[in-house]
Design a protein around this ligand. Structure first.
Ligand SMILES: [Zn+2]
Length: 197
C-alpha cells in the first residue's frame, strides 16, 4: 500500500480504458516525478476539455461552440451525412480527404453484452433529423466489429421504415471485418468512402 494520495491517484487512473493496476502505478509514479509546472498543465488541460467542449447541436460532434466546425463550414455538402460511432472516426475519415458531406455521431454502438441498447445512442435525434427531409444520402460508417455491424443493421431497418427517399450506403470495400475506423489508414478509408454501396 502506497501513501494515500498516491493510492487515490492510482485508483483514478485505473478507471481509464485499457489501464490496469500495473500501468496505473507506472503513470502515477511518472506524474510524481514530473516538474510541477507540467503537472499543472496536465491537470488544467483535463479541466479545459470538460469545461470548454460541448456536443454540436446538429451532429453531436465535439465542439467548442454550438455548432462544430464541419457543420459551420459553407463548403460541405449538406444533403449527405455519414453516421459514425464517435468523433475519433470523424478524424479518421477527414484525414482521407475524400468526404465532403456532414457527419452524425451516435456516441457508441449497440452492445447487449455491455448493456448498450439503441435508446442509449443518439438514434432518436437522427431519425428526426432525417424526417426534416434535407438529407438525401446516409452513409453508415459504424465500425466493422460485431457491435458496429449490429448497429448498422438496426439503422438500416429503422431508416428504411421511414419510407423517405434517402439513399442508404455502407462503407465496405477493402475494410477488414473486425476493424475500427480509427485504426485504419487514410487510403483504405478513402477508398471505402468512394466505393460505398
Ligand atoms: Zn456538427
Amino acid at each position: 500500500m502506497y501513501p494515500q494520495a498516491l493510492e487515490s491517484l492510482i485508483e483514478e487512473l485505473k478507471k481509464m480504458p485499457g489501464i490496469g493496476r500495473k500501468s496505473a502505478e507506472r503513470i502515477a509514479f511518472y506524474i510524481l516525478e514530473m516538474p510541477s509546472a507540467d503537472v499543472l498543465k496536465l491537470s488544467s488541460s483535463i479541466q479545459r476539455v470538460k469545461k470548454e467542449l460541448f456536443h454540436c447541436r446538429i451532429c453531436n460532434n465535439l465542439s467548442d461552440s454550438e455548432l462544430c466546425s464541419i457543420c459551420r463550414s459553407p463548403s460541405r455538402k449538406r444533403t449527405t451525412i455519414c453516421v459514425v460511432e464517435n468523433p475519433r472516426d470523424i478524424e479518421a475519415i477527414e484525414k482521407s480527404g475524400v468526404y465532403e458531406g456532414l457527419y452524425y455521431v451516435l456516441w457508441g454502438a449497440i452492445s447487449p453484452l455491455q448493456g448498450i441498447a439503441p435508446e442509449d445512442l443518439k438514434i432518436g435525434k437522427l431519425i428526426s433529423y432525417l424526417r426534416s427531409g434535407k438529407i438525401k444520402e446516409v452513409i453508415i460508417a459504424t465500425n466493422f466489429t460485431p457491435e458496429g455491424e449490429s448497429t448498422a443493421f438496426f439503422l438500416r431497418k429503422k431508416i428504411a421504415d421511414l419510407k423517405l427517399n434517402i439513399k442508404l450506403t455502407r462503407l465496405s470495400q477493402g475494410i477488414p471485418t473486425g476493424s475500427s475506423l480509427e485504426y485504419l489508414d487514410e487510403a483504405t478509408i478513402g477508398r471505402a468512402v468512394e466505393l460505398r454501396r
